[in-house]
Design a protein around this ligand. Structure first.
Ligand SMILES: [Zn+2]
Length: 72
């Protein structure tokens, strides 16, 4: 996986909760377009999942992504 992907994945793993792309862009300082691309890849690999929910950072209700739940 490329470095930005690793950054996003480890951010989601350390912080928990769900974040919107806007907040990930600001917090991680990665361009939004790149974030969307990486998130799509992470979702395909099952490392994170997307849903409509409340962003843990800005509190807005919108599409958010978070770490995939562990099975157990
Ligand atoms: Zn947000």
């Amino acid at each position: 996986m490329d470095p930005p992907g690793r950054v996003i994945e480890s951010f989601l793993r350390t912080h928990g909760g769900y974040f919107c792309v806007d907040c990930l862009t600001r917090v991680l300082d990665i361009p939004g377009g790149q974030i969307s691309m990486i998130l799509r890849r992470l979702q395909q690999s099952g490392s994170c999942r997307a849903q409509i929910g409340t962003c843990s950072h800005c509190g807005r209700r919108m599409p958010v992504v978070g770490r995939a739940e562990e099975a157990s």
